[in-house]
Each structure stands twice: as C-alpha cells, then as structure tokens.
Design a protein around this ligand. Structure first.
Ligand code: FUL
Length: 711
C-alpha cells in the first residue's frame, strides 16, 4: 500500500516551507556580511585596566596615619613612632562601613608626607613596628587586605613620594628607598587596584634632623619611569594615579567636582606631578593623546585627617549629593575620604552621612523609566538590529546604538504610553571604542511642543543631568557634535524625589530671618511659640523680622510624600540693630562689625598681644541680662579661640561688674556656640576679656558675641 495523497501533500508542503526558511536565513546572512560593518575605534582608547577601573565608580579614601594622632594635616617628619597609638583600631569596621555605603574599594595612606609607614617596612625604623600598637607586631595593611577580601572590596595604596622624615630625601639614595618601598607594598598585600602618587612634593622638613628646605625636580627626581615599571611588573592590573596619570588623573581640585565638559583624554606627556596648569585637569584635553580619565578626591569633612573639632563639620547630605552628581555624573569617579579617627574607627557621624547619601542615591535612581518606553532613532547603522536604538535600554553594557559611518548628528527618541514625569537622565557612551560626543541636548514634548530642557557637551563613561520635573510623552536626545559616529550603550530616565534636608535658618543684624532648603519643591513650616511645627503650621514664604527673644522651631516638608525632617530649633535673642563695638584692645575697629553681625562665619581677630584682649560693646539700650554667648571662629583653620574668659557688664561704660569668669570646656575640639548664664543684672554695655587662648596663641578671635536677656 502506498502513502495517501493527503500525506504526500503534507510532506511536500513541509519541504517547501523548509526551503523558504533556509533561503531567508541565507539572505539575512549575506546581507549582514556585506552591508554592516562594526564601527571603528576613534582616538585614544582605555586599556583593560582602565575599563575595570571605570566600573569602580565610587570608592573610599582613608587618611589614617601619624597625623591622626598629632592633629595635623601635614606632619613635618619629626614625629615619634610612639605617638601612633590607636586604642580601638578595627579595620573590619572600616571595610563593613565602606561596603554598606555602596563603595567598591578603599585606598589607604600607607605613607603620607611625614614618612611614617603603616606597615613594618624593612627599609625604615619610622613605622608601626616601633609604635605601641599591637606591641609593634601589627601590620595595618595586612589586616586591611584581609578585611577587604572578606567584604568584597578592592584595595589601593597611597604612597607619598615626598618624605619629610627621610635623612636622604633629595639625594639619589632616597629614590632607591622609595622604589624599594613600592616593591615591598606591591608584593605583600595581594591585588592592588590603584596606586596613588601624590602631587605635593618637596619643601621644608625634618629630614633626619637636618630641619631644612629641600627642593627637587618633580619631573625627574623620582625616576617615574622606573616606578611605573615596578607597578606594571608587580601589579599588572593596577591603574596608576597621578596629576597626569598615566592611568587615572587628578581632577584639579580637592572639592569633588569635574567640569561639565570632561574628556577622559589628556596630552599626557605634558602633565607631571605638580603640573602648574592643573585647572586644565578639570576638563582633560579634547585633543588628548592618551586615555587618562579623572578621579575626584574629596573629604567628607574639611580636613583629610581626623580632627575632633571637625566633628561638627561633616558635609551635609545636600552637599554630598551635589558631589555625587558633579563627579560620577560628570564622567569621573568619586574617591570620598573618610578620616579614620584617633580611636582607629570611622566616626559614627561620617558613617551616618555615608548611609544618608547611599539612601538618597537609591531613591533618585529607583525606577528606570526608559525601560517602559518605545525607542527609535533617526539613523541606525546599516539598519541592523545589532545597532538598534533599543540597545540603550536593554541593560547590557556591551550592546549599543550607533549610526552609519560619517553620520555624526542623530536623534534617539523615547516614547511613553502615558504622560510621564522625568527629572534625571543618565547617558553612557560605549567607551571601549573611544569618547566621541561633544555636543548634545535633551528635548521633551510637552502638550505637543518640543522644548529643550538642557544642552551639554561631553558624555563619556557616565553623564547624569538633573533638571526640573517635566511631564512628557516623548523625550529625545539630539547628538549635535561628535568626533565620529556616536556610540551610546545606555540611556536611563528617572523621576527623583525632592531632596528633603533640614532648613538652614539665619538672622541678620537688623533682625531679618531667612530660611532655606536646597530643593525648591520642599516647603518650610515654623512656629514661634515653642510648639512643634507640622505641615499645618505657618508656612515660610519670605523673610520676616524677629526683634524679641524668640525660639524658632522649623521643619522641612515634602508635599509629594508628606515626609518631614526633624524639628530644627534656633533661639534668637534681641536683634543687634543698635549694637556697636566701642573698643577693642588691639586689632581693626573697622572690622568689628563681624563680631555682632549675627553671622558666625565672619570672623574678627585682634592683633597678637601679650596682655589679655578685650572687646567692649554698646547694646544701644539697657536690658536685663542673664547671660552671654561666644561663638568661636568657624573656619577650617581655627585660631585665637578663647578658652578662659572674664565677662563684665555696665550701665554707664564706667563702672563695671564682672558677672562670669571661667573656662569654655572642650572648645578646641568642639568649637560650637558657648552659652554662659549669670545672675540677672541690668546693663547697656558688655565686655569680654580673654584670659587664655587655645594653643597659647595671643590673638583673640570671635565668630559672634551675643547676649541672653531676661524676658
Ligand atoms: C594632597 C596631600 O597633600 C593631602 O594631604 C592629601 O593627602 C590629599 C589627598 O592630597 O596632595
């Protein structure tokens, strides 16, 4: 029996379809092979090490060394190893905190300019082996290297070329020592991701007791070629940081920002440690010959090292958020310094701010709205799906959207099903093929009209733009200038919540009170009767006068989610409109308005004076006084802070009565406003006399003087 007609027909049809599909595949293959080429690399390219480093993005700097115990920023090299004595050193606490903060690595000051080594170097006695810590048997780098492994962090090392301790600094012998130490460091502590060479070089120092100034030639003295070879030999995966790289460059400031235009390119042979035109490093060089991306180093406090007096100066959340957007969001990495304290721990205030930053960034980048959109482009290379627009939202950093050869302007459009609110855009070029784009703008379609929201220059490895919330159905990125066809691997959109930070409250000499928050979408509510404010209290709209003693309570409130800050309380006494400084025992009288301008940031200081200094103030009217306040200088380098005082009052500027005499406890370490109360007395004139100034400085400085009146 033969097979039925039906069956034969089915087999024939199957064959037919099979041939059609096969032909389809062959056509596609031929088309792909002939029509579509990969885009060619353009300009200097990143090395494998640099690509790995770009992924680090956010990591910690630890400044912990001799300066931590001498309360210095730059020790001169004459310190004794016995001074290095942490009582609770716990590198695991560092690693855990850093990891929890979302950072990927840590770079530690193995040796700073004072020459003290955190490891028991066999080339010097100036190290922890002669310190009391662990009876001289410890090795901080070894412990840190283990803690990093445990917490999944990469480790980097800071080694200062300048060594103010070493007797032979300035001679060839020191360079051999420097290279030997580099070998020692790169051999004994596992994988190192970055070697940090500081640009600060040469000058005065202890130098083994010589106590003199030694100048060196930054370009030649350290034999950089040899030092670089040592790194390449012992840590082939590490990048080398320096003013001009060669792996990673300094960003030209210590404030944590890159310029908006920021090339990962540099005319590298022109730049050397201590480069005079260092401000160029904020943008790199558009015509750079090498790939040398920028790293933003900044401390979470004013100083790099721990100083107890800076416990009140940890950077605010809004400042840290700005740093994040102005470094990582501007094609640079962020190296945020944590000054480990003299116990040997990351201070709890620093840890708290790190976590606040982490949480805020998580909130800002919670849901990528681009993935909900339909993406199209004006040009797709070869019309191929390999280079299609959709690649920018596929979450794969190896795929990208690009255009045909010689097409250097193009647009990519994102269409949302419903009107969508957006206030952040994140863009990434596919940098393995070079940095190309130097002109782009963002347009949003609002009620049928296209409006430009922002115009910018470079993108690089990551660019993030913040703009006012826009509700849109379509948003497009127009590439307006590119050195070669643009290649973009990723584009994301977000709706970041309002930034909720405590209100900053100020009053001027005339009694005018202003309140401020960073985000203009946040509201401020306050009370003047001592009660707790809420969103039902009086809303702050414009400055107002406070003449009488008043306790102001204020909150910042986010109308979008009804969240609010804790209450900020500030007490204002009588305003200082009629106040006048009548007399100072030395120093400029002209400047004395700074003592009574209700602005603690402005400082007045006397001249150096061996006798106690005095300030006499006329309050303009008679009041019942029951105390006074002294706010010490608030700047980075405190001086002239009164530690013992005498305070007197008078009704006629002739007969004086001393109402308080004493000490401002712990004012050096904690330079906050001092409030001293005394028995209520009538007075129109007040006199502050300094009996003792901290560090035996014989100047008297004042951030602000105030009174407490009886109401
Ligand atoms: C500078 C140094 O002089 C500072 O002390 C600090 O280490 C900073 C990171 O680099 O050049």
């Amino acid at each position: 029996m033969g097979i039925s007609y039906k069956r034969r027909r089915a087999i024939k049809m199957k064959r037919f379809y099979f041939i059609i599909i096969l032909l389809g595949f062959i056509c596609l293959f031929v088309f792909c092979k002939e029509g579509i080429t990969e885009p060619k690399p353009y300009g200097p390219l990143p090395s494998e090490n640099q690509l790995e480093w770009h992924n680090m993005e956010y990591y910690a700097f630890i400044h912990f060394n001799m300066n931590t115990f001498t309360n210095m920023e730059w020790g001169n090299g004459s310190e004794k190893p016995t001074q290095f004595n942490p009582t609770e050193l716990d590198v695991k606490q560092w690693a855990k905190t850093i990891r929890e903060a979302g950072m990927k690595g840590v770079i530690i000051t193995a040796k700073h300019h004072d020459g003290f080594c955190l490891w028991p170097s066999k080339y010097t006695e100036h190290s922890i082996k002669n310190s009391p810590w662990k009876g001289g048997k410890g090795d901080i780098l070894e412990d840190l290297s283990e803690a990093c492994k445990e917490h999944g962090l990469k480790m980097g090392l800071y080694l200062s070329p300048w060594d103010r301790n070493h007797a032979e600094y300035g001679k060839p012998e020191y360079v051999t020592y420097f290279h030997n130490q580099l070998r020692e460091l790169l051999t004994n502590y596992g994988d190192i991701f970055e070697v940090w060479f500081d640009g600060a070089n040469g000058g005065s120092g202890y130098y083994g007791g010589a106590n003199e100034t030694r100048k060196i030639d930054n370009k030649t003295y350290y034999q950089w070629d040899k030092a670089i070879d040592i790194v390449r030999e012992l840590q082939p995966n590490a990048v080398i940081f320096g003013d001009g790289g060669p792996g990673v460059r300094w960003v030209g400031n210590e404030e944590g920002w890159a310029n908006e235009t920021n090339w990962s390119l540099l005319r590298q042979k022109e730049v050397y440690p201590g480069y005079q035109k260092y401000k160029e490093l904020r943008s790199g060089h558009e015509d750079g010959t090498h790939w040398v991306p920028a790293e933003c180093d900044v401390s979470i406090r004013p100083g790099w090292y721990y100083h107890p007096s800076e416990d009140v100066q940890v950077k605010t959340l809004s400042h840290l958020v700005d740093i994040y957007y102005q470094s990582i969001g501007r094609n640079a990495s962020l190296l945020l310094n944590l000054p480990v304290d003299n116990r040997g721990l990351i201070h709890e205030k620093d840890a708290e701010q790190l976590m606040a930053l982490k949480q805020q960034i998580e909130k800002d980048f919670k849901h990528n709205l681009a993935t909900d959109s339909k993406v199209t482009a004006t040009n797709v290379r070869g019309g191929s799906s390999k280079f299609e627009a959709n690649n920018v939202i596929d979450g794969n950093d190896q795929t990208y959207w690009t255009t045909n050869d010689a097409i250097t302007t193009a647009s990519i459009t994102f269409e949302f099903e419903d009107p969508t609110e957006v206030n952040r855009i994140l863009l990434q070029e596919y940098i393995p093929l070079g940095q190309r784009i130097y002109g782009f703008n963002i347009e949003a379609e609002v009620a049928g009209n296209w409006t430009i929201i922002d115009s910018q220059t470079t993108i690089g490895t990551k660019r993030i733009l913040r703009f006012d919330t826009v509700e849109t159905t379509r948003i497009r990125v127009n590439i307006t200038n590119s050195k070669a066809e643009p290649i973009i691997s990723n584009i994301e959109f977000y709706l970041a919540p309002n930034l909720l930070t405590e209100p900053i409250i100020k009053r001027d000499k005339n009694g005018m009170v202003t309140m401020e928050v960073t985000d203009k979408n946040i509201d401020i509510y306050y009370t003047k009767d001592g009660s707790s404010p809420s969103s039902g209290s009086k809303k702050y709209n414009s400055p107002f006068i406070v003449n009488e003693p008043t306790t102001l309570n204020a909150i910042a409130h986010n109308p979008d989610d009804n969240e609010q800050t804790e209450t900020k309380t500030i007490y204002f006494d009588i305003n200082k409109k009629d106040w006048k400084v009548l007399k100072v025992s030395s120093g400029k009288l002209d400047d004395t308005y700074k003592i009574i301008d209700d602005d603690p940031k402005t400082t007045w200081a006397s001249e150096k004076n061996n006798a106690p200094n005095e300030i006499v103030i006329d309050l303009g009217n008679e009041y019942s006084l029951q105390g006074f306040t002294y706010m010490p200088v608030q700047g980075r380098w405190p001086y002239g802070i009164v530690s013992s005082y005498e305070f007197s009052i008078s009704t006629n500027n002739k007969v004086w009565k001393t109402t308080a005499i004493g000490e401002f406890g712990n004012i050096k370490n904690n330079p906050i406003e001092q409030i001293i109360k005394f028995k209520t007395s009538k007075a129109r004139y007040i006199k502050l006399r300094s009996i003792k100034i901290i560090d035996n400085d014989n100047r008297l400085s004042v951030g602000e003087i105030g009174v407490i009146t009886k109401t």
